[in-house]
Design a protein around this ligand. Structure first.
Ligand SMILES: *Cc1c(COP(=O)(O)O)cnc(C)c1O
Length: 394
């Protein structure tokens, strides 16, 4: 009944998962060791160092949770938002809504500072909201994958610390593709995933906690963390000091992340980030040449996830079907208030090269034109010129 596994060939240019690096697949075929084997803890130690570099932190507590990004999110909320406390969420997208919902389920009073999907807050707005509400914990989504917006957390963290609050930052899509600068920004708790900017399969959630926040959860938190599996104190005993059994970590996924981080180190973080930004700039140049509007204003766009608007008269499902049926290309549409209004296109992981970006731009223009769009000019040509400009600027 069970036929041999034969997955279809896809080119994953969506918001995640992204394509997996061949070297990562290779690492995943290595024999596993036990979850208390000294070799496993060598791996977790190396993974911690690699993750700290990517997050831009010197945190002592940096682990990979045996969970996807949402598990990292719930770990952050379960440990750092107490029942009955005030939880302020900067909300302008789907993942901020998920954070709010988790806060509600964990018994917090959730206060939402809202903006339309596709916008972010000025430093003054963020500061005013935090100093007015005086929350215990603040959360924001650094890279909001539902809209394509980057929120710089500096003003949020400064005001939150002035008010005595801890800051949770969702860095799920950003990690490995753009700088997070965790320590410089002042973020206390951050989480991510393996399947977006890291070029690995889904399955682990990089998770980091500042010394200040660790102190709070171990000494100052009044009630016990309500979930056993996600309890940071128990995880610290497994990954940190005592190396005491907590759960059986997915060893193979740790091999994957270890190799993903090695690939990043081989290239160098700065070069990797610059490569993603150059792709983003080329993509935007192509959209401008074609006459396709970007949903997010210049200066607030992510480096690895773009949200061009669906041109008037064009069906987003027809465009996506054309790409999938003809080329096996996956891109996604918008959802919630952006349903039918934007495309969500990820250029990250294996496909974050100049060649693959140009390939996508050409196919995307073709798919739009097949759905009746009259492009103003040639997208690929403008993208090529953008790359040349990027080179000239070096
Ligand atoms: C993908 C994503 C998540 C959830 O991660 P999963 O791995 O799908 O559980 C959370 N926040 C943001 C911003 C994301 O892009």
């Amino acid at each position: 009944m069970l036929s041999k596994l034969n997955p279809p060939k896809r080119l994953l240019y969506g918001p995640g998962p992204s394509m997996v690096e061949p070297r990562v697949y290779d690492a995943m075929s290595k024999p596993i060791v036990g979850h208390l084997d000294p070799f496993f803890f060598e791996i977790t130690q190396a993974v911690k160092q690699g993750l700290n570099a990517a997050f831009g932190t010197a945190n002592e507590f940096t682990v990979a949770m045996s969970a996807t990004g949402s598990g990292g999110m719930e770990t952050a909320v379960a440990n750092f938002v107490e029942p009955g406390s005030k939880f302020l969420v900067f909300a302008a997208g789907f993942f901020a809504d998920r954070l709010s919902e988790m806060g509600r389920r964990h018994g917090a009073t959730v206060v939402r500072i809202e903006k339309p999907w596709g916008e972010t807050w000025t430093a003054a707005e963020a500061r005013e909201a935090i100093l007015r509400e005086k929350p215990n914990t603040v959360a924001y989504v650094a890279a909001e994958t539902s809209t394509g917006v980057w929120t710089d957390g500096k003003a949020i963290c400064d005001a939150a610390h002035e008010a005595g609050a801890l800051v949770i930052a969702d860095c799920v899509t950003a990690l490995g593709s753009m700088p997070i600068d965790l320590d410089k920004t002042g973020i206390d708790i951050a989480y991510s995933c393996t399947q977006k900017g890291m070029g690995c399969p889904p399955g682990l959630s990089p998770f980091t906690v500042s010394p200040r926040a660790l102190e709070w959860v171990t000494k100052e938190r009044k009630s016990q963390t309500p979930t056993w599996y996600l309890d940071v104190k128990l995880l610290a005993e497994y990954f940190g000091g005592a190396k005491r059994y907590h759960h059986t970590a997915p060893i193979t996924m740790f091999y994957a992340l270890h190799e993903g981080l090695r690939i990043i180190a081989d290239e160098g973080l700065e070069k990797r980030f610059a490569r993603h930004r150059a792709n983003r700039n080329a993509f935007v140049a192509a959209m401008e040449a074609m006459g396709v509007e970007m949903h997010v204003a210049d200066g607030h766009r992510l480096w690895n996830l773009m949200t061009p608007r669906v041109p008037a008269g064009v069906s987003d499902t027809a465009v996506r079907t054309h790409l999938m049926e003809k080329y096996g290309i996956e891109i996604l549409g918008g959802f919630g208030p952006l349903a039918g209004q934007v495309f969500r296109i990820g250029i990250m992981g294996v496909l974050a090269t100049e060649k693959d970006t140009l390939y996508l731009i050409e196919r995307f223009q073709e798919a739009l034109e097949a759905s009746g769009f009259k492009a103003k000019g040639n997208g690929k040509g403008a993208a090529e010129a953008s790359y040349q400009g990027a080179l000239a600027a070096v």
